[in-house]
Design a protein around this ligand. Structure first.
Ligand code: PLP
Length: 334
């Protein structure tokens, strides 16, 4: 029953009927909430987490008092060595740049229900059967919240005890839509700082918007844009990235084009910014941790350029990025 009847109309979002893209998952408000739910559902005693990640991923373990241990990655962004997990121990692996779905399946064979896949860069992946996995909707679409959690059916649990998220803010999204870029960015940063790991159910606002996405088109755009970057810049890339996405599982959808070029470390990201190109550092937190090893992870953080390729962009936009990258690297256009 409606609480208020009559008067002016609220913002209408026209949610699409049907099960939705992540119908088999629990819909929570962000990735951290998903991790917190996994901790609650499993009697987790310890977690292994990659050093190459942001502190946000560590937050639920810290908040919920679960000790964690860092592990190192090799040149393929895969574990140097696979730890033997005792009962109650879990391995968290980040599906880097949305490109590691095939490797995730190898880890699944090794760890089954003790694997937790961080698909925050792989929104299109739809769970891995016996393992746990979660994503973060606002990293891939213009919504203020959302994180879908997959897990073993018998212990996935429900979201019924969590309150609905009504504390989201969408003003910064509308500001960017209006072209008020600086105001929008300030709003985005301020809003991000309000997000925590205590689970809430995904807002009706984001759920409705996500029900309207043309996922096939968004996936095709990302894959085509990846191919464009690879054709233009692949010869400069020292990271072992796939040359042909078509040869990989269909749920492999790139988050960005990860360019690790010689000299990338010396590029001042402000130079991109001055040209209205936003190329973030993934992840600045890596450089602030007080560990002496993990040289590869430090190098990745400083040098890797995650070039944007989402559904908003096509060849003209990408070529603009390519030209600036070539200029800043001091490379000739072949
Ligand atoms: C790899 C990774 N995992 C998890 C998170 C946390 O996501 P959320 O902010 O949706 O909780 C982030 C956010 O930056 C991330 O980059």
């Amino acid at each position: 029953m409606k609480q208020y009847i009559g008067g002016f109309l609220e913002l209408e979002l026209f949610p699409q009927p049907g099960p939705g893209y992540h119908a088999a998952a629990l819909g929570l408000h962000n990735a951290r909430a998903c991790v917190s739910h996994v901790i609650a559902q499993t009697a987790m005693r310890r977690a292994w987490v990659p050093y190459y990640t942001c502190n946000a991923l560590l937050e639920p373990f810290e908040v919920d008092g679960v000790p964690y241990q860092f592990y190192a990655l090799d040149a393929q962004l895969e574990l140097f060595s696979l730890p033997v997990l005792a009962e109650g121990e879990y391995l968290v692996y980040v599906n880097y740049f949305g490109l590691k779905n095939a490797y995730v399946r190898q880890l699944l064979a090794a760890y089954g229900g003790q694997l937790i896949v961080d698909d925050t860069q792989a929104y299109f992946a739809q769970g891995y059967g016996a393992g746990w996995s979660f994503n973060s909707a606002r990293k891939s679409f213009g919504v203020p919240d959302g994180g879908y959690l997959y897990g073993p059916a018998d212990i996935l649990g429900t979201d019924s005890s969590y309150p609905l998220n009504t504390t989201y803010n969408a003003t910064y999204l509308i500001d960017r839509l209006r072209g008020a870029q600086q105001k929008s960015y300030a709003g985005f940063i301020a809003y991000e700082q309000t997000l925590g790991s205590a689970p809430l159910r995904i807002s009706e606002f984001s759920a409705a918007l996500l029900s309207q996405v043309d996922y096939a088109a968004a996936r095709a755009a990302r894959r085509a844009n990846y191919a464009y970057y690879h054709a233009r810049l692949g010869h400069l890339n020292t990271l072992a990235v796939p040359a042909d996405l078509m040869a990989l599982p269909a749920d492999t959808v790139p988050f960005c084009y990860p360019l690790l070029a010689t000299g990338g470390e010396d590029i001042d990201r402000q130079e991109f910014f001055k040209k209205n190109l936003f190329i973030p550092t993934l992840w600045p937190d890596v450089l602030t941790r007080q560990f002496t090893a993990f040289d590869w992870e430090h190098h990745l953080t400083k040098a890797l350029l995650p070039l944007p390729l989402d559904h908003r962009y096509g060849p003209t936009d990408l070529e603009r990025v390519v030209q600036v990258v070539l200029e800043l690297l001091g490379e000739e256009d072949l």
